[in-house]
Design a protein around this ligand. Structure first.
Ligand code: NDP
Length: 605
């Protein structure tokens, strides 16, 4: 057991008043609740579609439209698609095609090349297939270029470039009943066919803009962080934004992305204005190079063990040893030490109370850190987050807060109200217009909108039923992976499946499950595999009833994409992840495989 786990904190002597904190959190949440919730954002289509042009491709690939037949088509060349491709290859599947909108593999890491981008989960568990590639990342939290290169290395190792179609956007899928094949149409006029389709569109693939009045009036330069314009800023992913030296720059948003790029903008820009609606929680990063001796000492199976250790800890489970030892797992270390102090078996209510105290304690540390690192007391105060640590994606950074000590960097805190307007010349907040040469939107990605809107295509399944129609009253799946009426189709996503802080872990579990089913079908001459209606109905009911476990926690949180911008609706429960948490979900699907009966799936020969 680690040293920190043995501190045995006294939960009744932590130096803060839980009632006061609870009341403060609710008051801060209430400032931010708004009736338009998810509708407040501007979809990146029409006049705004240039925000998602690909700035990274060197030349447009010319090719003839394809009408060929492939065994497995995977939509999306990010981690989900790559891991599935790799697991299928390991199982002997030869004919695989990945279709990818970008110019290369990488997904999130293809698009997000902003300065300072790095993984915020330990890279030894975040980068998939490290053992398979005989690779240990350079740093504990490695930077984006290494992650992008790792994605390419997976593509090469598993021969996934062979049939890949890059710069290709799927526009629609139709099930051809007579041939039991999917027809996949794309913006390249393809009508390719596939026996099986895996959709791995990514959970955060569609950038969004705030629906701020006047957003199209602005005459200066603008871009979204997921399409960083290095031609304009100069420099590269490591920083050095030298072309901003004479520019006044605004960045809107202070989420996980902004936290990583603001230090570089502060260093490069003549003046930087950071427009904040809700501060992020910024804990210690403590990044460090990988110790080569440690890397050499790793035993086979190390990555899986480490991933499972992190996953158990961050989803509230208890393990003997914390292998990760970082800010993500610290809250649980505190909880365990409080439980040790109590010295008895905890009831679920007592565990919940201690969890809340551990959370308060963690956030008190985070707030004290803002005071410690930021010189101006008002700025430090404005940078303090008032919500529970996992209400928003927690951030870990050692340079973000000190950036606000620079004379050229100005925090424009809006007290939860956000930016009021954009004019021809700049940004209006708190009644003041800030004239700027450039506005950078660090405003995140669509999450709560319809699946087919986010994917950019619809599917027509059996009997002409569209997925958008079928899911118009909420997602309907079996295990999050199959949907009745859409045979030979697999979905990699969080909805009705596992939600983990470490997304690639969940993707790998899903990929293994898909591989098991596909392998079974190929070896047993199965023509179609599809969730039965009964199994799907039962799964949806279970998801809804389990999601109640989280309801009050989510309702107490400050708005954000984790809680549908503070406006839970009947669909939030149905569209949520498996409420018992990721580890029980992984166990459940593993047990299902062990049983070997493919219960809940209808197979046709
Ligand atoms: P987020 O959705 O987390 O942040 C969007 C930001 O825009 C928020 O600060 C939001 O404020 C702000 N905003 C929206 N509208 C307005 C407005 N009208 N006025 C002012 N501010 C506004 O997006 P990110 O891109 O930062 O992060 C998205 C996700 O991507 C993360 O949660 C994480 O999962 C992932 N990520 C992972 C990283 C990694 O692994 N290294 C790094 C970066 C991102 P408010 O909070 O009030 O809504």
């Amino acid at each position: 057991m680690s040293e920190t786990m043995n501190q045995n904190l006294d939960p009744d002597n932590l130096g803060f008043d839980p009632d006061q904190l609870r009341a403060k959190y609710l008051a801060e949440r209430d400032k931010r609740l708004r009736a338009d919730a998810n509708e407040q954002y501007q979809e990146v289509t029409g006049d705004f579609s240039h925000y998602i042009d690909d700035p990274y491709i060197e030349s447009v690939i010319e090719r003839e439209p394809l009408t060929d037949v492939t065994d497995v088509v995977i939509i999306g060349g990010g981690f989900g698609g790559l891991i599935t491709g790799a697991r299928l290859r390991e199982a002997g599947v030869k004919d695989i095609r990945i279709i990818e909108k970008g110019g290369d593999f990488g997904g999130t890491w293809y698009w997000n090349r902003y300065p300072g981008a790095a993984c915020d989960i330990e890279s030894y568990i975040y980068l998939p297939l490290c053992e398979e590639l005989g690779f240990v990342p350079k740093e504990k939290y490695t930077h984006a270029p290494e992650i992008l290169q790792h994605s390419r290395n997976i593509g090469n190792k598993y021969n996934l470039y062979e049939k890949a179609c890059f710069q290709t956007e799927v526009t629609g899928l139709e099930w051809d009943e007579s041939e039991s094949l999917w027809i996949i149409r794309t913006n390249r006029n393809d009508a390719m066919k596939a026996r099986y389709v895996v959709m791995s569109n990514g959970p955060l693939n569609r950038p969004k803009l705030p629906g701020i009045k006047g957003i199209s009036d602005y005459k200066g330069h603008t871009f979204h962080t997921s399409r960083w314009d290095y031609d304009y800023t100069g420099g590269g992913p490591e920083g050095g934004l030298n072309k901003l030296a004479d520019k006044r720059v605004a960045i809107i948003g202070t989420g996980a992305t902004a936290v990583q790029c603001v230090p570089h903008l502060g260093a490069g820009a003549k003046e930087l204005f950071v427009f904040q609606r809700t501060p992020s929680s910024i804990d210690v990063r403590n990044n460090r190079p990988t110790d080569p001796e440690w890397a050499a000492s790793l035993k086979p199976g190390w990555q899986k063990e480490r991933m499972e250790n992190f996953n158990t800890l961050t989803s509230g489970g208890i393990v003997e040893e914390d292998l990760i030892q970082d800010g993500w797992t610290e809250i649980i270390r505190n909880l365990i030490s409080m439980a040790n102090f109590r010295g008895t078996d905890l009831t679920p209510e007592e565990a919940g109370r201690l969890m809340e105290l551990a959370d308060f304690q963690k956030m008190e540390q985070v707030r004290a850190r803002a005071e410690e690192l930021v010189n101006d007391p008002d700025t430090a105060e404005a940078l303090k987050p008032w919500y529970r640590q996992f209400c928003k994606r927690p951030c870990f950074h050692d340079e973000y807060l000190p950036t606000f000590n620079r004379d050229n960097v100005h925090l424009i805190d809006t007290q939860g109200k956000g930016v009021e307007a954009i004019t021809e010349k700049g940004v209006v907040a708190n009644g003041v217009e800030y004239e700027v040469d450039c506005i950078i939107f660090a405003t995140g990605f669509e999450v709560g909108t319809d699946y087919t809107r986010r994917s950019g295509y619809d599917l027509t399944g059996r009997d002409g039923v569209k997925l958008s129609e079928k899911w118009s009253n909420g997602v309907r799946t079996f295990h999050g992976l199959h949907t009745h009426g859409f045979p030979n189709l697999f979905i990699i996503s969080n909805a009705q499946s596992a939600f983990t802080a470490n997304f690639p872990h969940a993707m790998d579990e899903q990929a293994k499950h898909i591989t098991y089913i596909l392998n079974y079908c190929q070896n047993s001459n199965v023509k179609t595999v599809e969730a039965s209606k009964e199994a799907e109905d039962a799964w949806v009911d279970e998801i809804i009833s389990l999601s109640r476990l989280n309801e009050s926690y989510q309702a107490s949180c400050t708005p954000g994409y984790y809680n549908n911008e503070g406006k839970p609706n009947p669909l939030s429960a149905q569209n949520s992840a498996y409420g018992k948490g990721p580890t029980p979900f992984f166990r459940l699907i593993a047990k299902w495989r062990e049983e070997g009966t493919l219960q809940g799936l209808n197979l046709s020969a």
